[in-house]
Structure formats: C-alpha cells, structure tokens
Design a protein around this ligand. Structure first.
Ligand SMILES: [Zn+2]
Length: 348
C-alpha cells in the first residue's frame, strides 16, 4: 500500500512536470545542442585528421581528438538513443540507436546487457552487467572471494582502462556466442543481429584503423599504438563515469528482485546520484550522474533529469525513502573505491 502511494506520487509529479510546462519528454534545446556538438565533433575531427596530420605528433593529437568524440557520443547520445528517449519519430529514433555501432559497440547487445539486464537487476550478482569485469573485481558481498580480490582496489582503474578495448574486440562477441549473464544464456538472437555484429565491427575497424593506415602518411605501427593508448584513456574515463552510481559503500546489494516491497525501493537502495550542480557533468556525463531519475524514467531524455531530480528528492523524503547523492564525481569515486577496498577482504 505504502509503495503504491510512493510510486503513484512520483510518477504523477513527473507527468505533471511535462504537462504543466507544456514540454516534451524527448530532446529539449540542450539535447539538440549535444546532438549538434556530437555531429560536428565527429565529422570535423575526421576532416582535421585527414587534412592536418602533417607530423606524427599532430596525428596522435588529432586522432585522440576524434576518438574522444566517440566517448561524448557514447555517454550523451547512444545511451539515450537505445532507451528511445531522444525523438518521438519511429524511424529517426531507431536510426540513432546505431550511434553505438558507430563507436565500435554493438547496439543490439547493449540493449540486452543494459536495458534488460542492468535496468531490471541493479546490483544483483549474475544478472547485472555492471558487476562482471571478468571476475577480476568483487563488486558485491555475494561474489565469491578469490585471492586476487585482496588487491582489487590497487588494480581497479587498470581494469577500467581496458573497458572500451574489451567491449569493442571481445565482449560483444562473447555475449553473442558465450554469454556469461544468466538472462542471456540460451537466448536466441535474430539472425540479422549476427550479420550486423560482423558488418558493423568490420566497418568500425575499417574507418578507425584501416583508412588512416592507407590514407595518412604515418607508420601503421604508430596508428595502432595511438589507437590502443587513446582507448585506454577513454576506457578509464568512460568506465569510471558509468560505474560510480551503483557499486558504492552507500548502496545495497540485494540477492534478487524480490528483496524489497516494490522495485521502486530497489532503485533507491541501489543507486546514488552525484555532481548535481556540475556544469561539466551536465554537458559530459550524459545524465548518468542523475541516475535515480534515469532508472525511474529511462524513456525520458537525460537533459530533463536535473528538473526531475528536484521533484524526486522531496517526495522520497516525505515517504521516508533514502535518496542518496555524492557532492562531486570525486566523492562518488572515493565511495566506489572504498566499496571495492572493503570487499577486498573476504570477511565483508
Ligand atoms: Zn540506462
């Protein structure tokens, strides 16, 4: 009864926000600006790369500038696009989902891992894709403690730096052919998705590695080393931004979806926001820092989350539900690091 009232009040407040202000749940001005930035950055940096790579050092810098447009697209466009929250038009919204494939990540598999597994099983071992890390990191007290986990807080960020390389070259294939999450085991995928997996991966390798090797006058070895080096930096930043909302000291780690009266409590128990007043965050974190709003309303474009969070906070307080937040991303990183450090001990 209590959970029904809380849920009802939350969703009524969200609906009323859009109705009263006469605004759409989809892209607003800020999101349209982000789409423009993403397009100009991606195309413009390729033009600069092919026009001004007059020396090896210029190539390395311009190549990095281009690859960082991928990080911006992944966080700010592709995540929303795959929740269908940017535009209402069916064709446009489906087309935008391929922004993941443009950056080397399979969009279909992302929806399986993120929309299905992560969103429905936050912080649950064996189901939440965010808690895997190839067994190198012990994210919950329910994970078996292995000897290597004693040192996990020392190598945590090394593992994160391999996030994008792993995703692009191994994880997507592994999830199609040798899935590790319970929800994906034995699951049949449409044949066309296997075709798209290989076609898009080859297209990505083609435009990111092969075209520069053929058309830019710098050694192939330098291009490959630069690619790996930039991906290590991008992986570190991307994985850190993605991981500092759930596996934190502040949050809970239920064994299954039925641990709370209602899934809405599950969201609040397992999720923390951060950097609510950060301009950098509002332009670069893709709304991931206002993560409670994202899990409550994933079909709403992330550029509305700031206003929604202001509505959510007092309603949670009124119903005695703990809304958690860290002041800055550095506080959230400290919480995340501290959690992994605690779990490095087998007794926790
Ligand atoms: Zn999401």
């Amino acid at each position: 009864m209590i959970s029904t009232a809380f849920k009802k009040e939350l969703y009524e407040a969200i609906d009323q926000y859009f109705e009263k202000n006469g605004i759409s749940r989809y892209a607003n001005g800020q999101m349209k600006a982000k789409l423009a930035i993403a397009g100009v950055w991606w195309v413009g940096s390729l033009v600069l790369l092919y026009s001004f790579s007059t020396s090896p050092s210029m190539f390395v810098l311009l190549y990095g500038f281009h690859l960082f447009s991928h990080l911006f697209i992944l966080l700010n466009i592709a995540h929303d696009a795959n929740h269908l929250s940017i535009f209402e038009n069916e064709r446009v919204r489906k087309l935008l989902r391929y922004t993941f494939d443009l950056c080397g990540i399979n969009s279909y598999m992302w929806r399986q891992l993120h929309n299905q597994q992560h969103h429905n099983f936050i912080n649950i071992k064996g189901e939440d894709d965010g808690l895997v890390a190839r067994g190198l990191l012990r994210y919950t007290p329910h994970h078996e403690h292995k000897l290597i986990h004693r040192f996990q807080h020392f190598y945590l960020f090394v593992v994160y730096s391999f996030f994008s390389l792993d995703y692009i070259f191994i994880k997507d294939f592994e999830c199609f052919f040798f899935p590790f999450l319970n929800g994906l085991k034995g699951k049949k995928h449409p044949r066309i998705e296997y075709v798209k997996l290989f076609v898009f991966k080859l297209a990505y390798i083609g435009y990111v590695l092969l075209l520069p090797i053929y058309f830019i006058g710098v050694p192939a070895g330098l291009i490959i080393v630069s690619f790996v080096a930039w991906q290590l930096v991008i992986g570190l930043i991307g994985a850190t931004i993605i991981q500092v909302e759930h596996p934190l000291r502040l949050n809970e780690f239920p064994l299954d979806r039925d641990e709370y009266d209602h899934f809405i409590y599950h969201v609040f128990a397992t999720t923390s926001d951060h950097s609510l007043n950060s301009t950098v965050g509002n332009w670069f974190y893709g709304g991931l820092h206002m993560h409670v709003a994202h899990h409550l309303a994933p079909r709403v474009c992330h550029t509305h989350y700031r206003e929604l969070t202001k509505l959510i906070q007092p309603i949670a307080e009124k119903h005695g539900v703990f809304y958690k937040q860290n002041k800055t991303i550095f506080d959230a990183i400290r919480e995340h690091y501290g959690h992994l450090q605690n779990l490095s001990l087998s007794t926790k």
